[in-house]
Structure formats: structure tokens, C-alpha cells
Design a protein around this ligand. Structure first.
Ligand code: TRP
Length: 335
């Protein structure tokens, strides 16, 4: 049986937080260890430029995110681990696909539509601060996916549309020119928790409600203490199902521990105690990775080498694919 090609990217903006860990890093690292998976995991640093034009932050986030994945157990000898910007074929393919992707399709992309809607609500020009990068974002993502002929693309719900667009673009290309692309599908794991943030909304850098993944234990504890709770006193029964503390607990605990915590909540566990237990549980899981993270952050050359080797290993494939694509659209040697 041939292996499934599973590909996913992580946009390199912001400092990795617990939501990234639970929702993306941990499951992707686990999946990359499966014997019937050929994993492609990459740092979407070109995507980072869409959101962030501060070179220092772009560079720093990229380093932090690379170190986070490696520290969290990603084995670069097993999974293909590379940086988008080290694969020039991605941007080459992006242009060719741009010339074939319908503008009307892009008009419907959530990220772009949300930006326009925000502008309209604020009484601004609809395209205020909308770059071509934001508008064409799904084409770049299609290039990421199609350049390695991925079958499965594990993503969060917010990204399903983009994977469907990639599929659409591939289909159109295959039909109009030559069948060169595998049609990818989005894979959403409903068992993977979408972690709640400090304010109970989805943990997200755009809400500013995150718990950093690799801060010091003290910082972790401080963050956890900031999780919003209600005013119920110790001894008063608490509803686990509306509590971010419980929800985050569940993402780190096994089934028995979840039951235990549920019972404790209903028996009136104090918020302070619940947070203390949460801190200990999370810290136990991430402490070894934190040490490795700190080591990698202090050795950027090591991470650089891993990424370069990762790119070198996959590029023969992207080069071969681009050769086919160029020929298919008529960019051919004259003789
Ligand atoms: N846009 C994705 C996100 O913000 C990241 C990403 C970029 C990606 N390219 C990809 C995910 C290709 C899957 C496949 O989460």
C-alpha cells in the first residue's frame, strides 16, 4: 500500500501558544509518526508576510515556531520539515495558478471577505488596507499543497474553504491543460480540541487571549491564573462545561482524569485550586519540550541546518513538478 501524503503548514506569526500546540503541533507530530503517512510539515513564512510587515517579528516568529515543532517531537528524519521560502517552486507555481484561478472564487474567500466587511462596518473604503497578498492568499496556499501532490491536508475548520479552493484550482488546471495535480482534501479532526483562551473565546493570537507555550513555568502559571472564571466561591458547585479551565484541562488529561475533574468541579473545587492543578498538568507535559525549545533557540544554526536539509530533500519533487507544469502551460524549451 502506498502512503498517504499528509501536508500542513503553520503561519509563522506570533509566539506559539497552547492552542497551537493542542490544535496543530501535537496532532501533526503524532500523525507524522504513523507508518502509513508521508508527512510534509512546513513553516508558511510567505503567509506570515500577509499579516506582518515587521521584519524583526517575522524572523523571530519563524525561529520560535521552528524550534517549537522540533521541541515538540517532530522528527525531521521522518517527516519532511521545511520552510516555504526555501522552496522557490512554490512561488513559481503560485503565479501560474494565479493566472488560472478565477477572481470570483477569490472574492468569496473568508479572510478577504472578513477584511472587507470590517472596512464597510467602519465606514472605510471596502479595500482599505487589503493587500494583494491577502486577496490571493488562497492561491499561495493552493501552491503549497499542490506542489507536493498532497492527498490530505489537516486543517482547522477556518481553513477548509482554502483547501477546497486548492482542489478547485487543481481540477481546473488538470482539465484545461494536463492532469498533473493530485486533488487534495481537507481533513478536520473533530477530536482535536479548539482550545479556549483566557476570555473563553477561541484561543487565538488575533484575540490576544493566548497562553504562551514555552514561557517559563512562572509565566505559564501567571497566564493560567488569568483565565476568566465566575465569582462562585470555594464549595459552590461549578459547571465544567462552561469553564475554560476545565476545557483546557481536558486537552491535557486522559479520560479518567477528565471524569475526576468533572466530579471535583461539581463538588465545588475552588478556582484557585483548579488552576493550580491545571498548571501542574500542563507543565508536566511540556516541561521536557521546553528545555529542548530553549536549547534550540540558543542554537539557531542547528535549526537552520535542519530546515535547509529538509528543503534539499523535497526540492527534487517540486522541481520535477514545476517542469511538468511549465510545459503544460506552454513554457517550453525552444529546442
Ligand atoms: N493558512 C494556514 C493557516 O493560517 C496555514 C497554511 C499555509 C497551510 N499553507 C498551508 C495549511 C497549506 C495547510 C496547507 O492556518
Amino acid at each position: 500500500m502506498s502512503k498517504r501524503r499528509v501536508l500542513t503548514g503553520i503561519t509563522t506569526t506570533g509566539t506559539p501558544h497552547l492552542g497551537n500546540y493542542v490544535g496543530a503541533i501535537r496532532p501533526a507530530v503524532a500523525a507524522s509518526k504513523s507508518p502509513d503517512v508521508d508527512a510534509y510539515l512546513f513553516l508558511a513564512d510567505y503567509h506570515a508576510l500577509i499579516k506582518c510587515q515587521d521584519p524583526k517579528i517575522v524572523a523571530e516568529s519563524s525561529r520560535q515556531i521552528a524550534a517549537s515543532w522540533l521541541a515538540s517531537g517532530l522528527d525531521p528524519d521522518r517527516a519532511h520539515f521545511y520552510r516555504q521560502s526555501d522552496i522557490p517552486e512554490i512561488t513559481e507555481l503560485c503565479w501560474i495558478l494565479t493566472c488560472n484561478a478565477a477572481k470570483g472564487l477569490m472574492n468569496r474567500a473568508h479572510a478577504y471577505k472578513a477584511a472587507v466587511q470590517q472596512n464597510v462596518e467602519a465606514g472605510e473604503d471596502p479595500d482599505y488596507a487589503v493587500t494583494m497578498g491577502l486577496f490571493s492568499y488562497p492561491v499561495l496556499m493552493a501552491a503549497d499543497i499542490l506542489v507536493f501532490n498532497a492527498h490530505d491536508v489537516p486543517v482547522g475548520r477556518d481553513q477548509i474553504q482554502h483547501v477546497e479552493m486548492a482542489r478547485d484550482i487543481a481540477q481546473r488546471f488538470n482539465h484545461n491543460f494536463k492532469s498533473v495535480f493530485t486533488l487534495p482534501q481537507a481533513v478536520v479532526d473533530d477530536n482535536v480540541a479548539v482550545l479556549q483562551g483566557l476570555d473563553g473565546r477561541k484561543m487565538s493570537k488575533s484575540y490576544g487571549n493566548t497562553i504562551p507555550l514555552f514561557g517559563t513555568p512562572k509565566q505559564l502559571q501567571k497566564s493560567i491564573n488569568k483565565i476568566k472564571t465566575n465569582l462562585l466561591e470555594p464549595g459552590e458547585p461549578k459547571d465544567p462545561d462552561t469553564s475554560a479551565v476545565f476545557q483546557i484541562w481536558c486537552a491535557f488529561a486522559d479520560e479518567a482524569e477528565r471524569q475526576e475533574m468533572r466530579t471535583a468541579f461539581e463538588a465545588g473545587l475552588a478556582w484557585g485550586e483548579a488552576k493550580k492543578r491545571l498548571f501542574e498538568r500542563v507543565n508536566d507535559e511540556i516541561a521536557p519540550a521546553r528545555d529542548e525549545y530553549d536549547r534550540l533557540m540558543a542554537n539557531p544554526g542547528e535549526v537552520e541546518t535542519i530546515l535547509r536539509e529538509g528543503a534539499e530533500r523535497v526540492r527534487p519533487e517540486s522541481v520535477a513538478l514545476l517542469d511538468k507544469v511549465r510545459r503544460a502551460v506552454g513554457l517550453r524549451p525552444f529546442a
